[in-house]
Design a protein around this ligand. Structure first.
Ligand SMILES: Nc1ncnc2c1ncn2[C@@H]1O[C@H](COP(=O)(O)OP(=O)(O)OP(=O)(O)O)[C@@H](O)[C@H]1O
Ligand SMILES: [Mg+2]
Length: 348
């Protein structure tokens, strides 16, 4: 089911938190709403689910205008961060709750609950109460309950936030599997870039109530539309250097790079270099500085190089090197992979 949100505006009292936002999600697509705390991710999700009334704009599911439809009439399943399971009900009753509200026959409810429990692999836990389950199992119950009415749209608000690192990893692929198997159109709200990149077909990166860029994970990583996007994606993060473009790129008094091919930039700019594109193992023009920090990561080390102008570049260097703290180094930058941004932060 295609989702089409157009010119969406949301206010709380006098404060406008979302202004004129448009988003379309293709049928069967899973899209991430990614962004820092307070940027409006949950607000957008609540508007699509119908929990929040919208102050401007329209929402369509396929050809149907659902802008004014109450939440219970929307073909939507929602999973919240805290799962919101009913503590006094068994797993089976939790999953079957949306069907009992619809007054389905008990035999039919039982059949569909069993089917859902199999899908999320908790068929053996149906008699338990939520507090007798692990976090990951509770998460699966919440998913089964969201899917049991066979909705056209699945909305997930930080569904993995309460799980430990290992379970998060497991549930990441589990949710993606379910989404693919059911072919449901899904929106995942998260502030975790790894989650967004690994689980979704596309990412809508939000900032202050608007979408800054919407693209596939690969494209957003390779061609960030702004300094904000470049800084949000990537772990360890990209390094930014202040530079001056004037025939070449001057970085402080002691370092300069040729202008990357095709740029006619002039004046002050920001140069963005990802740590995997700078180091002793690369080819390209070089930058000189001094090793100011080494953080072993196992397979590789993160190494900070501080330039004479006191700006810092981070490098990922394969482990087994003999680089020491304080050592002067002249390392190469993969110039074809660097990013340039103007004074306002837009990509050049
Ligand atoms: N019921 C409300 N009344 C007033 N302001 C609200 C209400 N709900 C949200 N806001 C404000 O709207 C903005 C967006 O909130 P929202 O919950 O959508 O952020 P979010 O991106 O989901 O953040 P987080 O990652 O912290 O969950 C915030 O500034 C928040 O304070
Ligand atoms: Mg939120």
């Amino acid at each position: 089911m295609r989702i089409e949100l157009q010119n969406f505006t949301k206010r709380f009292g006098d404060t406008t938190v979302i202004e004129d936002m448009s988003l379309s999600v293709a049928s069967g697509e899973m899209i991430a709403l990614l962004g820092p705390s307070g940027c409006g991710k949950s607000t957008t999700l609540f508007a699509i689910s119908g929990i929040h009334r919208i102050d401007g704009g329209t929402l369509h599911f396929g050809d149907r205008d659902v802008t004014r439809l109450p939440p219970q009439d929307r073909p939507v399943g929602v999973v919240f961060q805290n799962y919101a399971l009913y503590p006094h009900m068994s797993v089976a009753d939790n999953i079957g709750f949306p069907l009992r509200v619809q007054n389905l026959k008990p035999a039919e409810i039982k059949r569909r609950v069993g089917e859902m429990a199999e899908l999320v692999q908790i068929g053996n836990l149906l008699a338990r109460k939520p507090q007798q389950l692990s976090g990951g199992q509770q998460q699966r119950v919440a998913l089964a309950r969201a899917l049991v009415r066979k909705p056209d749209v699945l909305l997930l608000d930080e569904p993995l936030a309460n799980l430990d690192a290992k379970l998060r990893l497991e549930m990441r692929s589990e949710i993606r599997r379910l989404q693919r198997e059911t072919g449901i159109t899904a929106i995942l709200v998260t502030h975790d870039q790894i989650e967004a990149m690994s689980m979704c077909d596309r990412i809508a990166l939000m900032k202050d109530g608007r979408i800054e860029q919407i693209s596939t994970p690969g494209d957003m990583y390779e061609r960030p539309a702004s300094r904000y996007v470049a800084g949000f994606l990537g772990n360890p993060p990209i390094s930014f250097l202040r530079a001056e473009a004037k025939g070449q790129l001057t970085i402080g008094a002691d370092n300069a790079l040729p202008l990357p091919h095709g740029t006619a930039a002039r004046g002050p700019i920001t140069l963005g270099v990802r740590p995997e594109h700078f180091g002793p193992q690369h080819r390209g023009p070089s930058i000189a500085g001094q090793v100011s920090f080494i953080e072993p990561q196992g397979r590789e080390d993160l190494i900070d190089v501080t330039l004479p102008c006191d700006q810092r570049l981070r490098a990922i260097v394969p482990a087994g090197h003999d680089i020491a703290l304080g050592q002067p180094v002249t390392w190469q930058v993969d110039l074809s992979r660097v990013h340039l941004f103007d004074a306002e932060g837009a990509r050049l």
